[in-house]
Design a protein around this ligand. Sequence first.
Ligand code: GLY
Length: 394
Amino acid sequence: MKIDANSYFAAAEPAFITRHAARHQAAIERCVEKLRSTMPVIGLRNPKIGTAANHWVYCAPFDWVVSFQAGQLWLALQLTGDPAFLHAAQARRPVFRAILANRQAQDHDLGFQFSLGCVADWLTTGAVEPRAMALEAATLLLGRYRPEGRYLQAWNAVAPHGQFDPHHAAGRIIADTLQNLALLYWAHGETGRADFRVAADGHAETALAHLVRADDTSFHTFLFDPVTGAPLRGETHQGYSDSSCWSRGQAWLIHGYAQSAAVTGNPAYLDAARRMAAKSEALMGRDNVPAWDYDAPGASVPRDSSAGAVMASGAYLLAQQIPDEAERWRDFGDRLIGGLLDTCDLTGDPAALGLLAHGAAHVGSGFADNMLPYGDYYFMEALMRSLGHTQFFW
Ligand code: GLY
């Protein structure tokens, strides 16, 4: 193992450790036990979305969420050293080989997929095949860079299973891609090749200029002229409206800029994450779980636990990087985790196969209240960050 599971707490500074360490420690232990107890049921399948009974619908071979079960298993391995988690994570490698072999399966989500599926394996075990796979994925992601507009193309007009969707065609960036830049930054660090870094920074700067609004809310997506790269307009895909703020998009940007700042030291990224986190703090409802869209009308707007989990992890990343404001951002992370533990925690429910209830995958398509594997992954990551762990896979 290249990562020493016992070294994390020694590296931690008190100011960014949660004020609720006993509660968070108990929660992460329940997460690990849930992963352990569900392994025989889940097997090598990869959860996509929860059912009403809190069982899982599983991914078809190609899906952007295919790596989040592996990500949780790699975290559980760090926490326990139990080889059962190692074997379950490594046995998923064929899923990632299949993505590399299918052009239509490759889009901006190569970052989510290969950071958690393969970089994690390399960092944890030193195995060379996943390193090579992750570098191949980073090279494919780099191929989506459009220098005319300095952005990474998000989706493909034709999806893996053959559907054509003009909404996905050329010239679109989306907030979610900020999470995928980590694969490019990692590849730059591994190879020294400047083009990986140029593309990651180019995209981050373009997204900052066009996805992040002057009032520190965000568009989910932004369109560019695919030929000239000229900026056209902001639109939503999963939010309430083109002018609203979809909370998971805001969370992807907060975590993504905080993470990019940690890798590059660029103060503009840290400032962006900080401003957007402050806006989200101001927009937070009483139950401390973000509304799925901050502008969605109505008395009982669905919550999105996955947005809360991603944002909490981003808040602890801010706390680590801004010593003068460490307590403020730690407390925001604690508030978000508190909301998840108070109203969404399924870890003590023996019938549930996942960790968090009340995720909003795509409200406009009718998926407003489900377990989500990415919510579960970031819940574990946030709990670990809150307890002082500093080594992850991005
Ligand atoms: N990356 C897709 C989503 O957040 O739903």
